[in-house]
Design a binder for this molecule. Structure first.
Ligand SMILES: Cc1ncc(COP(=O)(O)O)c(C=O)c1O
Length: 382
C-alpha cells in the first residue's frame, strides 16, 4: 500500500473546506471539474431511466446500446472502425488507467508517462511494481512532448507509453505531427499506448488528434475517454476504454471483480449525452476559452508569474520561478493567507516544480476575485 499515491486535489479541497469552517472565504481553483451542471436533457434521461426500472445490475462491459453508441461516436471522431466488443464502459475515466496498468504492466516492465501529469499514472505504475519512467513536458514546447526525449527513454523493457492530450495540468495539446512522430519513434516495438483523451472536446485552437486514428495503430492503443469533462458529469461516474476485443475481455474481468458494472441509469443518460443536442458542450467550451484568455492575461501582470496560453482542457499552469518561492509553500501561502486554493505543480510530479495549477472551472467573478487576491498577496509579500 505504501507504493500507492493519491490525487492531491482532493486533499487541498479538504484543507480549504476546513478553513471555510473557521470562517475564511476561499476561492476554489483546485478541483478539476466543470462548474456547470449536467445539461438538462441528460439529467432527464437519467431520471427517466430510474423511473423506468433501470435500477438493476447490467452486463459488466456496459449496456449493449451504450457500447454501440460509443463505438459509433469513436469511429466518427477518431476516423477508425470500432465495434461494440472493443468498448468497455466503466465508472469514470480513471478505472481505465487502473485496469489497463494492472492488466499490462508487470514487475520489471517500464511505463513512460508525462511529468508533470495526472498523478494516478505514476501511482498505479508503482503500485503494480513496474518502473515509472517520466518524460518531462517542457514549457518551451508549450508542454507538448519532446519526441527526441521519448526516443531516449524507450528500452526493451518499455511495456506502455501514456499520452494525455489535451493535457492536465498544463493544457498542452499534441499536434498531428507530434502524434505521427511519436508513432514513428515507437516503430513496431511491442508497446501499448494508453491514450488519455478525456479532454478531447475541450480544445481552443485547432483540432484534437488521436494516435488511434493512425493506420495500424487502433489495435495498439487503449483509448481512455468519458463523460465527466465533456458533459459535466463528474459525479455520475462514467467513462470508457476502447481497445482490442481480446484485451477488452481481460479489462472486463477486472471490472467484474472490482465493481461488477457501471450504474445502469447513468449509462442510459450516457446514450442521451452522445446522441442528444451537443450545444451545451460548445457553450461550455467557449466559456472556458473566454475565461482562459482573461486569466492568462491577468496572471501575466502579476509579479513573478508568467503564463503560457493553454490550448485545451480547463487549467492554467503559470511559471512562478521568478517569485523566488517553491511551488508547494507558495500554494500553501495562497490558500492560508490569500484565500485562493490552487495546486502546487509538484502535485503532478517532480517536474511540476516552479509552477502552480489553477482550474478555470469557476465563475468569471470568482476567477477575478482570486486573481485580485493573488496580485495583492504578491505585492505585499514579494
Ligand atoms: C487527465 C485525466 N484523465 C482522467 C481523469 C479522470 O476522469 P473521471 O472523473 O472520469 O474518472 C481526469 C480527471 O481529472 C484527468 O484529468
Amino acid at each position: 500500500m505504501s507504493r500507492l499515491g493519491t490525487e492531491t486535489a482532493f486533499e487541498v479541497l479538504v484543507r480549504a473546506r476546513a478553513l471555510e469552517k473557521q470562517g475564511k472565504d476561499i476561492v476554489h481553483l483546485e478541483i478539476g471539474e466543470p462548474d456547470f451542471d449536467t445539461p438538462a436533457n441528460i439529467v432527464e434521461a437519467g431520471a427517466n431511466a430510474l423511473r423506468h426500472g433501470w435500477t438493476h445490475y447490467g452486463p459488466s462491459p456496459g449496456l449493449p446500446e451504450l457500447r454501440q453508441t460509443i463505438a459509433e461516436y469513436v469511429s466518427r471522431t477518431r476516423k477508425v472502425t470500432v465495434t461494440p466488443e472493443e468498448v468497455v464502459v466503466v465508472p469514470g475515466g480513471k478505472p481505465i488507467m487502473f485496469y489497463a496498468i494492472m492488466a499490462l504492466a508487470d514487475e520489471g516492465d517500464e511505463v513512460i508517462y508525462p511529468n508533470p501529469g495526472f498523478p494516478i499514472y505514476e501511482s498505479m505504475v508503482n503500485f503494480v511494481g513496474a518502473r515509472p519512467v517520466p518524460i518531462q513536458l517542457r514549457e518551451e514546447l508549450d508542454f507538448r512532448l519532446d519526441v527526441n526525449e521519448l526516443v531516449s527513454k524507450i528500452t526493451d523493457r518499455t511495456k506502455m507509453i501514456i499520452l494525455n492530450s489535451p493535457h492536465n495540468p498544463t493544457g498542452g495539446v499534441l499536434t498531428q505531427r507530434d502524434i505521427s512522430d511519436i508513432a514513428d519513434a515507437i516503430g513496431d516495438r511491442d508497446i501499448t499506448v494508453l491514450s488519455d483523451e478525456i479532454y478531447s472536446r475541450l480544445i481552443f485552437e485547432g483540432e484534437h488528434h488521436s494516435i488511434m486514428s493512425l493506420e495500424d495503430w487502433k489495435d495498439r492503443t487503449i483509448l481512455l475517454d468519458g463523460f465527466s469533462k465533456t458533459y459535466a458529469m463528474t459525479g455520475w461516474r462514467m467513462g470508457y476504454g476502447v481497445m482490442r476485443a481480446d484485451l477488452a475481455t481481460h479489462i472486463c474481468r477486472l471490472q467484474t471483480n472490482a465493481v461488477s458494472c457501471t450504474s445502469s441509469a447513468t449509462q442510459i443518460a450516457g446514450i442521451e449525452a452522445l446522441k442528444g443536442d451537443q450545444s451545451a458542450v460548445e457553450n461550455m467550451r467557449s466559456e472556458f476559452q473566454r475565461r482562459r484568455d482573461f486569466v492568462v492575461e491577468r496572471l501575466n501582470r502579476i509579479r513573478g508569474f508568467s503564463c503560457r496560453v493553454p490550448k485545451g482542457a480547463f487549467y492554467v499552469f503559470p511559471n512562478i520561478k521568478a517569485t523566488g518561492w517553491k511551488s508547494k509553500p507558495l500554494a500553501d501561502a495562497l490558500l492560508e493567507q490569500a484565500g485562493v486554493a490552487a495546486l502546487s505543480g509538484t502535485a503532478f510530479g517532480a517536474f511540476g516544480e516552479g509552477y502552480l495549477r489553477f482550474s478555470i472551472a469557476n465563475s468569471s467573478q470568482n476567477l477575478a476575485k482570486a486573481l485580485d487576491r493573488v496580485d495583492e498577496w504578491t505585492k505585499q509579500n514579494l
